[in-house]
Design a protein around this ligand. Structure first.
Ligand code: HEM
Ligand code: HEM
Length: 184
């Protein structure tokens, strides 16, 4: 392996977007779970943040996908087995799909449930509702989609972190370093 390959790392922009989006997604899961046991006014307040940060995730994901399509990622670790490389490819593609689908379904759910009210972004500006119906069936459909997609994202997250830790602790290869700027 050449010295350049051994130091291969995602670009600063890709790394920044990866970690900002990852933190926002984890925050949105925790927020949704914590809000379940809250009294209504506090729940509404917290869900306001959930929706705003969810829309931010959607916007940053669109940016990230454009970035990904216009920049070449660093070459994979040479020690990676073919099945590991294939699984990483599928997992990452599914992640990108869900990073769009989860907030889109949430946006649809908000639009149907609130009968077309816009999403307030931290009371700074409004994002229009999606043009969907507000009947029970449509609301139920988006609720179901939001829940199922979020569940799939959680499964993928567990697999993704387990894979990162396996490479770091067991294989002791440079996979983690590719996405962690301070790792040598
Ligand atoms: C919800 C949170 C997360 C999401 C949505 C996510 C998503 C992704 C995606 C889509 C990629 C592929 C990058 C590309 O080639 O375009 C990636 C790469 C990576 N992620 Fe995450 N990630 C998350 C959290 C984490 C965490 C917590 C860790 C570490 C424990 C981690 C470690 C890595 C590493 C090391 C890579 C580089 C893999 C490679 O070299 O191919 N990620 N992540
Ligand atoms: C990646 C971003 C997001 C993640 C990870 C996420 C995750 C979740 C989770 C795990 C739940 C609980 C599901 C359940 O058990 O019912 C939830 C509920 C909810 N989410 Fe999101 N969400 C995101 C984005 C959004 C967006 C953008 C909106 C709206 C603009 C939204 C609106 C809602 C609403 C209204 C609920 C409550 C549903 C109920 O009352 O049961 N979410 N979200």
């Amino acid at each position: 392996m050449s010295t350049i390959d051994a130091q291969a790392r995602y670009s600063r922009g890709a790394i920044a977007l990866h970690w900002i989006i990852a933190l926002l997604i984890m925050g949105n899961f925790v927020g949704a779970w914590v809000s379940e046991d809250m009294p209504r006014p506090e729940k509404m307040e917290l869900m306001g943040y959930h929706k705003a940060f969810g829309m931010l995730i959607l916007g940053l994901t669109v940016l990230r996908i454009i970035w990904r399509l216009t920049h070449t990622p660093p070459p994979l670790e040479e020690t990676l087995k073919a099945w590991e490389a294939a699984l990483a490819k599928v997992t990452h593609a599914l992640f990108y799909f869900l990073m769009l689908a989860v907030p889109m379904a949430g946006w649809g759910l908000h639009s149907a449930f609130s009968q077309g009210k816009p999403v307030s972004f931290l009371r700074l500006f409004n994002i229009p509702a999606l043009p969907v119906g507000s009947d029970k069936a449509t609301t139920g459909l988006f609720h179901e989609l939001h829940e199922v997609f979020a569940g799939a994202m959680l499964l993928l997250f567990v697999l993704h972190v387990a894979a990162a830790l396996k490479h770091h602790l067991l294989d002791k290869d440079g996979t983690m370093r590719r996405m962690v700027p301070w790792m040598k």
